[in-house]
Design a binder for this molecule. Structure first.
Ligand code: NAD
Ligand code: UD1
Length: 339
């Protein structure tokens, strides 16, 4: 039996592939390379010493997905295949709704045809919206999203809960990621955003290697420890291990279970810059700019449920995240090569 990683050539998917293989699972990757490179899959093979079946397909293409399911013995799907750039989703909402919802619906339909009942989904802390106080608990109501990307996560969560209500065999784990950063310690795989990074950590690593002159800190007048935004950064390898822990849980349960994947600790933008400089011995020049529309002052998880239900806890520190992320960027200053 194998685990299908839909969108598995991307940042989180490649790290998750490595951790599944290390834990003894067979994995199959399906990805249309919309936001990734085939080289990333080869790097997973290099790290693990195992060959990974790779299907370059759009997972909303039902026929292509059926071919994959008929050739591979898939018993669990982990669904990473989505578009994730917040600003782009505001400019191209239809593209985001079509891609992110269709990939989910097609996966569910084809899974049913092939008697596959376990589904793990990449949701986001963005579904908590603006009104909930920190720390964020899974029992809190979902909030209002500020952009179509966030709404796709919100809607997909609803679709998956409805699908579980209608199908007593279906088991879904909705993993709400906080802020994944860092890279595998080999430096062979990491985050490779196309164009200007939207998120802070890849921006910092690109400044660190001289690709960009400075970071703009989006506001220093929030009601936080030092006025800058606070987030729950989680090492991508810890996050990947959270998926590995979700599979035995999904095997034993049915229905939809929402689980935060975070550390439970908040770090401000200035604390992140200071940690990065200290650990790596590099200077990150920055200027203070205006607040970014749609940003929260603080977002961090209560991470107790993952510990209770999955037996999983994040182990790596901010220092590990800074060290490993910088190693990836120095070894691959321009990201993955083409091809
Ligand atoms: P990523 O862009 O690196 O990976 C997503 C992968 O999905 C890419 O390789 C892309 O080519 C592929 N893909 C997109 N549409 C596809 C389609 N129709 N068919 C086949 N492949 C398709 O992003 P990531 O950071 O690895 O994120 C993975 C998932 O986790 C996404 O769903 C994202 O929304 C979610 N998530 C990410 C973060 C984060 O901060 N990175 C936070 C919360 C949730
Ligand atoms: C952003 C998205 C969110 C998405 C998440 C993961 C917005 C409004 N939110 O969240 O929907 O789920 O990424 O993809 O885009 N910062 C700077 N300078 C920068 C970049 C960021 O100061 O150049 C600050 C931000 O103001 C924030 C913190 O760094 O306080 C983290 O930002 P980011 O990495 O973009 O993550 P989120 O804001 O949590």
């Amino acid at each position: 039996m194998a685990i299908l990683l839909a969108g598995g050539a991307g940042y989180i998917g490649t790290h998750t592939a490595v951790e599944f293989i290390n834990a003894g699972y067979e994995v199959v990757i399906a990805d249309n390379l919309y936001n990734s490179k085939a080289e990333a899959v080869r790097r997973v093979e290099k790290i693990t010493g195992k060959s990974v079946p790779f299907y370059q397909i759009d997972v909303s293409d039902a026929e292509a997905l059926r071919t994959l399911f008929s050739e591979q013995n898939i018993d669990t799907v982990v669904h990473f295949a989505g578009m994730k750039a917040v600003g782009e989703s505001v400019a191209k909402p239809m593209m985001y709704y079509r891609n992110n919802l269709n990939t989910t619906l097609t996966l569910l339909e084809v899974m049913k045809d092939f008697d596959c009942h376990r589904f793990v989904f990449s949701s986001s802390a963005t579904v908590y919206g603006f009104s909930n106080p920190v720390p964020l608990f899974e029992t809190m109501p979902r909030g209002e999203c500020t952009n179509p990307y966030g709404w796709t996560k919100w809607m997909i969560e609803q679709i998956l809960m409805d699908a579980c209500a209608a199908d007593p065999e279906l088991s879904v784990v909705l993993l709400r990621y906080f802020n994944p950063i860092g890279a595998h310690e080999s430096g062979l795989i990491g985050e490779d955003p196309q164009g200007t990074p939207n998120n802070i950590f890849p921006y910092i690593t690109q400044v660190a290697v001289g690709r960009r002159p400075q970071l703009t800190v989006f506001g220093n007048d929030y009601d936080t420890v030092d006025g800058t935004g606070v987030r729950d950064y989680i090492h991508v390898v810890d996050l990947a291990k959270g998926h590995v822990a979700a599979v035995p849980y999904a095997e034993k349960h049915t229905g939809a279970e929402i689980i935060n994947l975070g550390t439970g600790r908040g770090t401000s933008v200035l604390e992140m810059i200071a940690a990065f400089e200290r650990v790596n011995g590099v200077k990150i020049p920055y200027v203070i700019g205006a607040r970014r529309a749609g940003d929260l002052a603080e977002s961090y998880a209560n991470a107790d449920k993952a510990k209770e239900v999955l037996g999983w806890t994040a182990e790596k520190t901010i220092e590990d995240m800074c060290r490993d992320g910088y190693r990836w960027q120095t070894m691959n200053p321009m990201g993955y090569p083409e091809g």
